[in-house]
Design a binder for this molecule. Structure first.
Ligand code: COA
Length: 234
């Protein structure tokens, strides 16, 4: 099942300055020198079994170590991190996050999908979203997301999160997907509503954010609700 979407990306470098498809240090290391030489000669970037999801405007793909600078642009932004338990990040923290994302991508069977978000129009890495499969049977998943402030309110994260739902229900046959947010994080709550999720919970002072205990909402959607929503949208 995973193999259907785990594509081998062989792409010609488009721009020497902005190279979101370049191999990160990790993937080059794991590949060895022989291939690296071959890659250099034919001017292709090559990442083995890179997981990707694609929509009209967006590409979601596995993280690479070389991504840290673009990730740091938003991960160090206090406005972006206002409702997050993490951040603003130091460079080290962002690099550690990417290392962890790369590590969990290699766990088999795969249960964690931390993905970098590329805006295809300008080829910039502008955020990240993730899905963690939970429970013994792996039928439930939690999703999360973060976006560079320059790109807010253009429907980008709703589009990205919809891809996670498509993948989770459509390919992994999940039963339930959910997300949580700070009750004051109206943009995040609105995404959950646009995804067709229902509010299932209001937790009181359950999350410690920026030196305060904060309330959070939990929104969820079942596979049958997702299928109904898709039918209605057609
Ligand atoms: C939350 C976040 C990912 C949203 O991304 P985005 O691409 O701007 O989201 P979308 O454009 O798809 O949808 C945002 C919706 O929230 C609405 N919205 C934005 N700010 C709002 C506010 N202050 N009050 C009410 N609604 C708001 C938008 O109008 C839009 O709804 P609409 O399409 O009905 O008009 C982005 O704001 C972000 O990265 N925030 C910081 C990190 C974060 O909070 N992550 C979530 C943790 S739970």
């Amino acid at each position: 099942m995973f193999k259907q979407l785990a594509t081998i990306c062989i792409r010609r470098s488009r721009d020497v300055n902005a190279k979101p498809f370049d191999c990160g240090a990790g993937s080059v290391e794991s590949f060895g020198k022989e291939l690296l030489t071959r890659v250099t000669i034919v001017e292709f970037t090559f990442t083995p079994t890179m997981f990707t999801l694609e929509s009209d405007r967006l590409l979601l793909r596995d993280w690479m170590r070389a991504d840290w600078k673009e990730a740091q642009l938003y991960a160090s932004d206090p406005a972006v991190c206002k409702h997050m338990i993490w951040g603003p990040n130091t460079e080290r923290e962002t690099k550690d996050f990417i290392d962890t994302a790369i590590d969990i991508a290699h766990v088999k069977p795969r249960r964690g999908y931390e993905l970098a978000l590329i805006f295809k129009e300008d080829q910039r890495l502008i955020g990240g979203c993730g899905m963690q499969i939970l429970g013994q049977n792996g039928t439930t998943a939690m999703i999360g997301y973060v976006l560079n402030r320059e790109y807010w309110n253009r429907g980008i994260m709703t589009e990205a999160a919809n891809m996670l739902l498509e993948f989770g229900f459509g390919k992994l046959n999940l039963h339930r997907m959910y997300a949580t947010c700070d009750t004051e994080n109206k943009a995040s709550e609105r995404i959950m509503q646009k995804l067709g999720m229902r509010q299932e919970g209001h937790f009181v002072k359950d999350t410690f954010i920026k030196e305060h205990w904060r309330d959070s909402y939990l929104y969820a959607i079942l596979e049958e609700e997702w299928l109904n929503k898709r039918l209605q949208e057609k």
